[in-house]
Design a protein around this ligand. Structure first.
Ligand SMILES: Nc1ncnc2c1ncn2[C@@H]1O[C@H](COP(=O)(O)OP(=O)(O)OP(=O)(O)O)[C@@H](O)[C@H]1O
Ligand SMILES: [Mg+2]
Length: 421
């Protein structure tokens, strides 16, 4: 019997024998429940206890429990990852439909021109062409003139042997658009999108996290055989950095599992991994060195022009009723505000303006149609509302140590792989 199996038997014995449970709880002065939970994480400690139990306690019930012990009636707490009953991490793929060309894909992305161009050149153009070629190859290159021409283009392109990156890292302060741009890229590519925060892989089961990660990638790869997939791994920094400082072996195991998965991405050419973090300095350097997230893209808080465009997107392009707005002034007032802050400000003023409409409904008896029309005309987003909302909002970069990024970029510059947007 393995140590773990002794522990299983011990657990069975304790739960099936009242007497034994009493002994354990009283004589060992042992907080039964608490220690069992701890033991999940500390299997080593558990195995010591169980071997001592084997030698010391041999009540008839315990002996009976051992005899009857079969893996199928093991208590859950002791199950290893391979024995979990429930199916972990079903993948959730979002496919997009272009219901509104105005908001679909990059059309709705303010500023970020350099980034959009970069993504177009590195991903969108080559991938779209690759998908087209794959489709034509499947159809055995039917010989229309157009297809013959595509074939020639493909032959010419192939000679340059340019690889398409299969992974990249988006980093930058919260609210700068890491999640957003990933979604927009998926739309541009018509790819399916799987979003997953890395900490979600965690499990209280022994070694289950690695298994969850493995299963998840297997499913994502399978799905990408049918249709291209972007896999967005958010908060990748939760794979705590610097394994050698890490006493938590489960964590080290997780990092290794991710490395294995990243290294095996060649098998899935239609799976693009985008990892995101706002703590690049916490990243395990092995993950970065894996050669999979070697394209690193910094999402910086929006500059003056960008903030103007963002306000325009959130108010004008969304067709919210508004006064003539001084976008220069708004941008000037919002230095260091990130896109998410500007979006929140725009939501706030929309709420304010719409409140005055609701107030009209509440006071309908005191209104006549002509005054109502007049008042409705005035219930719009105004500069005054915007300035008030801005003054009441603190830019989220205030809560972030921005030097993290400068220092990390400086360190990373040596590799000459940064793209700044
Ligand atoms: N370039 C942009 N154009 C239009 N809207 C944008 C742009 N960038 C960001 N936004 C808006 O800002 C909001 C916040 O962006 P997002 O959630 O992607 O930030 P994030 O970098 O992922 O933040 P976190 O690190 O907190 O996850 C989004 O809801 C999106 O609507
Ligand atoms: Mg995000």
């Amino acid at each position: 019997m393995t140590k773990q199996t002794w522990f299983d038997a011990f657990f069975d014995a304790v739960t099936s024998s009242k007497e034994l449970k009493n002994i354990v709880e009283k004589d060992w002065a042992w907080d039964f429940k608490k220690n069992l939970t701890d033991m999940e994480k500390e299997i080593k400690k558990a195995s010591e206890i169980t071997s001592s139990f084997k030698d010391t306690f041999s009540t008839p019930e315990a002996i009976e429990a051992w005899k009857n012990y079969t893996p199928s009636n093991k208590p859950y707490i002791n199950k290893t990852a391979d024995e979990q009953d429930e199916k972990p991490n079903p993948i959730n793929i979002k496919y997009f439909e272009n219901k509104n060309p105005k908001t679909f894909g990059f059309a709705w992305v303010a500023w970020m021109d350099e980034l959009k161009e970069n993504l177009r050149e590195n991903f969108i153009k080559p991938l779209k062409f690759k998908f087209l070629v794959e489709k034509l190859e499947k159809e055995k290159w039917e010989t229309s003139e157009k297809e013959a021409m595509y074939k020639q283009i493909h032959e010419a392109y192939k000679k340059f042997n340019v690889s398409i990156p299969t992974g990249m890292l988006f980093y930058g302060p919260p609210g700068t658009g890491k999640t957003f741009i990933t979604k927009k890229l998926a739309q541009e590519l018509w790819a399916g999108l799987i979003k997953k925060s890395v900490w979600e892989f965690g499990s209280s089961y022994i070694h289950a996290t690695s298994k969850n990660i493995r299963d998840f990638f297997t499913q994502a790869k399978e799905a990408s055989e049918k249709w291209p997939i972007i896999l967005f791994l958010d908060e990748i920094d939760s794979l705590v950095s610097k394994r050698w400082q890490n006493v938590d072996w489960n964590k080290a195991e997780e990092v290794s599992q991710f490395l294995q998965e990243f290294n095996a991405l060649d098998e899935a050419p239609n799976l693009i991994v985008i990892a995101a973090t706002n703590r690049p300095d916490h990243l395990d350097s092995a993950i970065l060195r894996s050669g999979r997230l070697d394209k690193k893209i910094y999402l910086w808080p929006p500059d003056f022009q960008a903030r103007k465009e963002l306000f325009q997107i959130f108010i004008e392009k969304e067709n919210k009723p508004h006064q003539k707005l001084d976008y220069d002034k708004l941008a000037k007032l919002t230095d260091w505000y990130v896109a998410a802050d500007l979006e929140a400000i725009s939501d706030e003023v929309s709420r304010d303006a719409s409140q005055s409409i609701l107030d009209l409904a509440n006071n309908i008896d005191s209104l006549d149609p002509k005054t109502l029309k007049e008042k409705l005309k005035n219930s719009v987003i105004t500069m005054e509302l915007l300035e008030k909302a801005i003054s009441e909002t603190t830019p989220s970069t205030k809560f972030v140590d921005m030097s993290i990024f400068d220092e990390w970029i400086e360190e990373d510059k040596k590799e000459q792989k940064n793209i700044r947007v």
